[in-house]
Design a protein around this ligand. Structure first.
Ligand SMILES: [Zn+2]
Length: 136
């Protein structure tokens, strides 16, 4: 996988675990709206959030499909890796703190310019050792 694909995976897991959030703001009624920068083809027919469901559109902006579109990645190209990462995270996540620590580490990895080849097997073993050394 390349750097953009790994960054996309990282963004997806960070948004899913609420470690990071889609760009947006609240209006005067407390309804959340996504920023212009978040807009992609997949967002066109989204139901507009209402006072009753002020966060309804956030679910979309945290979705795999949206995060892939936002980064110009074909969802099919990283689906398998997303599934593998999900299994690793599910196996160790007892609480949100641990999820956050894993997301922090993923973000650190995706910012690491010394990783030239984003070989997913290597990434996976880095994550495994991180979990083993720090979180178990
Ligand atoms: Zn979208």
């Amino acid at each position: 996988m390349n750097k953009n694909e790994f960054t996309t995976l990282t963004m997806y897991f960070s948004r899913q675990t609420r470690y990071s959030h889609p760009e947006g703001d609240f209006d005067n009624d407390g309804i959340w709206f996504a920023s212009e920068i978040e807009q992609c083809e997949c967002c066109e027919n989204l139901r507009v959030a209402t006072a009753k469901y002020p966060y309804s559109s956030q679910i979309h902006y945290r979705s795999f499909k949206h995060v892939c579109n936002l980064n110009d990645i074909d969802p099919g190209s990283i689906k398998k890796e997303a599934r593998r990462l999900n299994i690793i995270i599910k196996n160790v996540t007892i609480n949100d703190n641990i999820k956050f620590e894993i997301c922090r580490y993923l973000n650190e990895l995706s910012d690491d310019y010394s990783i030239i080849d984003y070989n997913f097997d290597q990434i996976e073993s880095k994550i495994d050792s991180f979990i083993f050394e720090n979180l178990l």
